[in-house]
Design a protein around this ligand. Structure first.
Ligand code: ADP
Ligand code: MG
Length: 562
């Protein structure tokens, strides 16, 4: 085929493909335009999962009659004027592409009026061609109706999922923006049925409660951190509350929902040792940085961004989450209703429940965030320590608690240098497969820093000369087996460092076991040590160490309520 310049319609369709991938992308762009227009009320109506019809109406600044056709031209925007503006974007839109892209692949009706003009405009445009334009009386604001999406690009239609799946994507976008802009009234309807109507919320936490339910909104910890011109605020979940995926790690950078890899990593690092393996927290964080420090022009749908100083942002976010956890995470409360494994379970999908008339401010119920001085009462099943605190009864898992204490002790010692080693009077000879011998060799330096001295002794035998001093004689072999497992695991890409994993497993083997009888002094010693921990709520593998029975709950269950 000879080289040809493509027809303009085809060019427009190709360009539209980058911006409009599915109905949710249309909804996203229209809602962003409404927010940029300063709307205080945004109404979204969806039919047929967005394929048949999408209507987004706002009460924002409207489009002047003379500019309406221009709004649908490619690269036409009122949000940028010079190339410097591109590096300090303060609006959600700036590429001037969305309306043109949508109009290229659907039938679009736009009705709009700025408050300062007496008459509005109606414009109809199909597959990029204006088919009708006339004046129209209407209230100020803009209404865009998008019908028969991809009617002229049948190949695109084939990539769409079923109505339910497209609808879930739309719901996700709307709920993200509803969360990011709590002072805006959002209404969502599917096939004529109202899914929610969220009036402007006095406080962001009310909006969170409206979207996710009051239980979650009350349980989350508040984050507030400022460093230089960077500000991080929002909420994260306390230890003991977790979910199986990263879906609810949500970040808004300068008001824009972004999908980024670095920001979740910063939050997860703050939760290090506080969550069981494969579990993730909730985080809703607003990150405000000066617009010139973030490049939003790296992705056609503006979902990805680039920070000028990613390491600096990483540190602020990590520190913000860490401080909220350290200073405000409550001791988990024992819940008698469903006796969950973990103190609180919240459904993973937005609840769409709206607190109608709750008088109580979400988050008002307080719970102590550090362990108060406890009086040890005794031991149950040689596994749990029962203790009294000023505000209730406390139950500690002796093994988990001891693991936490040892973990914080060893981590602090490691900051200073190698861990104390204990030479074995009688070195142990252990048979090990040859490939594991080379792993041990490769990591010799690290293992010695942790207290293990291991020498080769023949083709499949090693001699264990010294071990970490905290290991008792019975714990040496199991700890060595863990170590081999950990070294093999290190070949896989992991979030955690090998050293961190090795230390956690040394603590596991060194800690008192369930079933081990402790005398009162030993228990007191353990409880005091846990009280001194920076992160006392979980063992280093993320399981709870302590549960609290609030006095009020005891009184209620014994029918003593005043
Ligand atoms: P961008 O948002 O990147 O500027 P769009 O194609 O989304 O590009 O919109 C083009 C222009 O149309 C915007 O710059 C704005 O001036 C106008 N516009 C679009 N939607 C609205 C709206 N809901 N209210 C007021 N003006 C709008
Ligand atoms: Mg736009």
């Amino acid at each position: 085929m000879p080289i040809r310049i493509l027809e303009p319609e085809l060019v427009a369709q190709i360009a539209a493909g980058e911006v409009v991938e599915r109905p949710a992308s249309v909804v996203k762009e229209l809602v962003e335009n409404a927010l940029d227009a300063g709307a205080s009320r945004i109404e979204v109506e969806i039919e047929g999962g967005g394929r048949r019809r999408i209507r987004v109406a706002d009460d924002g600044c409207g489009i002047p009659a003379a500019e309406v056709p221009l709004a649908f031209a490619r690269h036409a925007t009122s949000k940028l004027s010079s190339s410097e503006d591109l590096f300090r974007v303060t609006t959600l839109g700036f590429r001037g592409e969305a309306l043109a892209a949508i109009a290229a692949v659907a039938r679009v009706t736009c009705r709009t009026r700025p408050p300062q003009e007496t008459l509005g405009t109606e414009l109809r445009i199909e597959g990029g061609k204006i088919v009708e334009q006339h004046p129209l009386a209407r209230p100020p604001g803009t209404e865009i109706i998008v019908e028969d999406l991809f009617f002229n690009t049948p190949a695109r239609l084939k990539f769409l999922k079923g109505e339910g799946a497209e609808r879930r994507q739309i719901d996700l976008w709307i709920s993200r923006y509803a969360l990011a802009y709590p002072h805006v009234h959002f209404i969502l309807r599917h096939n004529g049925r109202e899914i929610f109507s969220l009036p402007a919320a006095r406080e962001p936490r009310y909006r969170l409660a409206a979207l996710y339910g009051t239980e979650l909104a009350e349980a989350l910890l508040e984050v507030a951190e400022e460093e230089g011109a960077v500000r991080v605020r929002g909420w994260i979940s306390p230890p003991g509350m977790d979910r199986p995926d990263r879906q609810e790690l949500v970040f808004f950078v300068n008001g824009r929902w972004v999908q980024d890899r670095m920001l979740p990593a910063a939050v997860l690092q703050a939760y290090h040792t506080l969550l069981p393996g494969g579990r993730y927290p909730w985080a809703f964080l607003w990150i405000d940085v000066p617009p010139e420090q973030v490049d939003v022009n790296v992705h056609p749908a503006k979902i990805e961004i680039r920070f000028r100083d990613p390491d600096g942002i990483f540190r602020v976010v990590q520190r913000a989450a860490h401080r909220a956890l350290r200073e405000t995470a409550p001791i988990p409360v024992f819940r008698s209703s469903n006796l969950p494994e973990r103190p609180l379970k919240v459904s993973s999908l937005p609840a769409w429940t709206f607190p109608e008339t709750t008088s109580q401010t979400p988050g008002a119920e307080s719970s102590p965030s550090s362990l108060p001085p406890l009086r040890v009462i005794g031991q149950i099943q040689a596994s749990y320590i029962i203790a009294e605190g000023p505000d209730g009864l406390y139950l500690l898992d002796q093994h988990a608690a001891h693991e936490r204490v040892l973990y914080e002790t060893l981590s602090a010692q490691r900051q200073e240098g190698p861990l104390p080693a204990q030479p074995l009077l009688q070195p142990l000879l252990i048979d090990v497969p040859p490939e594991e011998i080379s792993l041990l060799e490769e990591n010799r330096g690290l293992l010695e820093d942790l207290g293990f001295r291991i020498e080769p002794f023949g083709p499949h035998t090693v001699r264990l000369q010294a071990v970490p001093a905290i290991l008792s004689t019975e714990a040496i072999l199991p700890a060595f087996q863990d170590l081999l497992m950990d070294l093999q695991g290190s070949r896989r890409p992991m979030e955690e460092t090998l050293e961190g994993r090795l230390i956690r497993n040394i603590c596991k083997r060194a800690a008192v076991k369930a079933g081990q009888v402790l005398n009162i002094e030993q228990m007191q010693h353990l409880v005091r040590a846990l009280e001194r921990c920076a992160m006392p709520w979980t063992c280093p593998h993320g399981r709870p160490t302590v549960l609290r029975f609030p006095l009020g709950q005891l009184a209620r269950q014994f029918g003593r309520e005043e």
